[in-house]
Design a protein around this ligand. Structure first.
Ligand code: ATP
Length: 373
């Protein structure tokens, strides 16, 4: 039996995960799948009570799971970053979840901010999740530091790099370095092409800014070339600015996209807006050979927590993504179909999308839609 660690977390996390579990139970029952769930009470309440964010012992217990289902982290009572970094980022790095999979699908019945009522938005992003400008290589020089140190950095810059800016008159500078490794690029790009192949797609769009950031994204492009040849699927290279423009003007043109970390971070939030808002967006932090973690894209939304206003669709679709990754493809497809049917029926819609349906009523609607399939 596959084992699932459940972290409901903060704010609306418990509410949306409650609905995801409701739907999961029905999907598993219908398909004769049994999953063993264990709750891990991590988040603000646990932290404020015990002073502990995430213990090594909890990490070891999570290591025994096949997957993790998470609600949201973050609470106004705790300094921003403590829980997000201490739980989410720590788990992502510990389990080397190097793929951030973000399906962007606008379901019939959900209002889209783009003009025109029948926009077709159906693409997936594979975002690299560990490298690029997020490796933490950077620093500030000048602030509270000596003139001599600044001179040293300036000289090093002048000797090594043609930075194209005059640092002589400056008394403060900051730098941040993006790093992409061949192995890091290859593994995530390979995942994207494999997924495109599974979904019978014939083109993968690679996002970068290789005309300006020539080194990091030059190496990235080589990985894309290799994967394209290996999997026999065509590729196109587009700059991030062009992708942003097309996503708004012509989202229909995209099916499969693979992107380095920073650009993926930005574009996938644009994607969430196109699919009706944060409440509809699912995600998976995936290690194809290890333990993956599935979570709705939204945060803890403290402003609506406990009011029954949260949209649980992102969490429900994240649970479906988890089933899919664990090999329960039919059960996952059934959940997606039930969500699609409920939304297309236009009877049930949460307030973020202009309706009046409560969190639990939305979960109930999907669960009974699933039973009726
Ligand atoms: P984070 O935890 O990521 O720092 P946050 O909790 O402040 O951010 P988000 O949860 O990402 O913010 O969402 C911003 C706003 O969008 C929320 O305050 C809420 O009003 C709305 N929102 C987010 N998720 C949902 C949802 N599932 N259902 C309804 N509204 C939502």
């Amino acid at each position: 039996m596959q084992k699932i660690g459940v972290i409901q977390g903060d704010g609306i996390g418990p509410e949306v995960i409650g609905e995801a579990r409701k739907v999961l139970d029905v999907a598993c029952e219908r398909n004769g799948t049994s999953l063993d769930f264990e709750e891990f009470p991590l988040g603000a309440t646990h932290y404020l009570k015990t002073g502990e964010v995430l213990s090594d012992e909890t990490v070891s217990r999570l290591e025994e799971k096949d997957a993790i289902l998470l609600g949201a982290m973050g609470d106004p009572r705790v300094k921003p970053g403590v829980l997000e970094k201490g739980v989410l980022l720590r788990l992502r790095f510990h389990f080397d979840q190097y793929v951030n999979l973000r399906p962007v699908q606008l379901f019939d019945g959900v209002p889209c901010p783009l003009a025109g009522n029948d926009r077709k938005v159906d693409m997936f992003f594979v975002r690299e999740n560990t490298e690029d400008f997020y490796v933490g290589l950077g620093g500030r020089v000048g602030r509270g530091k000596s003139r001599a140190e600044l001179d040293l950095v300036r000289k090093a810059y002048e000797a090594k790099f043609d930075v194209g800016i005059d640092l002589k008159g400056e008394d403060e500078l900051a730098y941040q370095i993006g790093v992409i490794t061949k192995g890091g690029a290859d593994r995530v790009v390979d995942f994207a092409f494999k997924l495109a192949k599974e979904k019978r797609m014939d083109l993968v769009t690679s996002v970068d800014k290789a005309n300006v950031l020539t080194d990091v994204y030059g190496l990235w492009r080589e990985a894309v070339e290799r994967a394209s040849k290996k999997h026999g699927i065509a590729k196109e290279f587009l700059y991030v600015d062009a992708v942003a423009l097309h996503m708004v003007r012509n989202p229909e043109r995209f099916k499969a996209l693979v992107t380095p970390n920073l650009f993926g971070d930005i574009l996938t939030d644009l994607g969430a807006a196109l699919q009706g808002g944060l409440g509809f967006a699912p995600s998976g932090n995936i290690n194809p050979e290890g333990i993956s973690m599935f979570e709705p894209v939204h945060g803890s939304a403290p402003d609506i927590a406990g009011k029954g206003l949260a949209n649980p669709v992102g969490a429900i679709l994240s649970a479906a993504l988890m089933l899919q990754t664990l090999g329960h493809v039919k059960a996952a497809e059934e959940i997606e179909r039930a969500v699609r049917d409920v939304l297309a029926g236009r009877k049930h819609m949460t307030t973020d999308a202009g309706g009046r349906t409560s969190t639990s009523a939305m979960g109930d609607a999907v669960a009974s839609g699933l039973r009726a399939l």
